[in-house]
Design a protein around this ligand. Structure first.
Ligand code: HXC
Ligand code: NAP
Length: 282
């Protein structure tokens, strides 16, 4: 899809890059000749991913809890020490689970909002201060969700936190453009990962989940990784403040008032036509 050196000389810091979509994006960026830092809480998992994906000249695993601003500053310093510069921040780390909202404790709200929203503004602030002081242009890419725009029941802490990240994207895209820092987001629909599937998909409801998607399938990690590669490459410099949905049309299907008519058979459509034509007769 791309020239193999699309991301040559770019250093990309991915939060939560040891598993799931973060790992798939790291793999794709390395294929496109980037250098990558993967940073999250579980160092052993990160080390295993780093070993699997590349050499120490290309990929650096770093232990980091994005909820702690000082730890973010330390991780940035380690990344700079290893690679010399960081050109892209990819806010991918997240936490989530499904639950009726009234069953949640205040701590359950905190844990999700802290990882997703506080984590994203911690990294963005620390990296932004660094880039601005160095007079270095840079890109930020945030992974949100389609329900960051629509809201969603049963994942309310995640929904409010992701919509905060979406607002952060649109706000700083404008404010920091003067420093050459641009900011975009991807809103994925369902992409199978262990982290999301175990926490979000009630057993037995897999078919219902997929039936809601107009394309009748989940996303392929490579589809998302290629979109991310484009959005952090020099070829997309003029895209700023955008939130790009990649969901097979899932959220629109839920939104369009008559989309439920998918269930009608050919015979029912004929009967419907006759009913409409009859109503049209003067
Ligand atoms: C109600 C729950 C709960 C549940 C935990 N809690 N699970 N409440 N229902 N199912 C409560 C706990 O009781 C506790 O509150 C509080 O949350 C924090 O619990 P901890 O024990 O500290 O955390 P723990 O439950 O171990 O872990 C929560 C987590 C973990 C940190 C969020 O799930 C995690 O590490 N997640 C990272 C990976 C992840 O979530 N990936 C999915 C991303 S997918 P009390 O008051 O009892 O102490 C995504 C979008 C997907 O974001 C969209 C798909 C289409
Ligand atoms: P995942 O594999 O569970 O990824 C989440 C990552 O976040 C993990 O690698 C985890 O690593 C890291 N993380 C969690 N808390 C952290 C913290 N405090 N500090 C640093 N890192 C932390 O799930 P995924 O499906 O790939 O999700 C990746 C992104 O895509 C998330 O932003 C998610 O909201 C978004 N998304 C996914 C889907 C989907 O269908 N999969 C749909 C929409 C949006 P550690 O446990 O090592 O910390």
């Amino acid at each position: 899809m791309f020239q193999t050196d699309l991301l040559k000389d770019k250093t990309i810091f991915i939060t939560g890059g040891g598993t799931g979509l973060g790992k798939s994006m790291a793999r794709r960026f390395l294929e496109l000749e980037a250098r990558v830092i993967i940073a999250s809480r579980k160092f052993e998992a990160l080390e295993a991913t780093a070993k699997e994906l590349g050499s120490e000249h290309e990929i650096l695993p770093l232990e980091l809890d994005v909820r702690e601003y000082r730890d973010v500053e330390k991780a940035l310093a380690s990344a700079l020490g290893h690679f010399g510069s960081v050109d892209v921040l990819l806010n991918n780390a997240a936490g989530n689970f499904v639950s009726p909202t009234e069953a949640l404790s205040p701590r359950a709200f905190d844990v999700i909002v802290d990882i997703v929203l506080r984590g994203s503004y911690n990294t963005t602030l620390a990296f932004g201060k660094h880039w601005i002081s160095q007079k270095q242009g840079a890109r930020v890419l945030n992974i949100v969700t389609t329900y960051a725009s629509t809201g969603s029941g049963y994942v309310v802490p995640s929904a409010i936190a992701k919509s905060g990240v979406q607002t952060l994207t649109r706000s700083l895209a404008v404010e920091w453009a003067k420093y050459g820092i641009t900011m975009n987001a991807i809103a994925p629909g369902p992409f199978p990962t262990e982290g999301a599937w175990n926490r979000l998909l009630p057993p037995g409801l897999e078919k219902q989940f997929i039936d809601r998607i107009p394309l009748k399938r989940v996303g392929d990690h490579l589809e998302l990784a290629n979109l991310a590669a484009y959005l952090i490459s020099d070829q997309s410099q003029y895209i700023n403040g955008e939130v790009i949905t990649i969901d097979g049309g899932e959220w629109l299907k839920g939104a369009g008032e008559f989309n439920f008519l998918d269930v009608l058979t050919a015979e029912e459509w004929q009967a419907m036509e006759q009913q409409v034509r009859k109503a049209n007769k003067k």
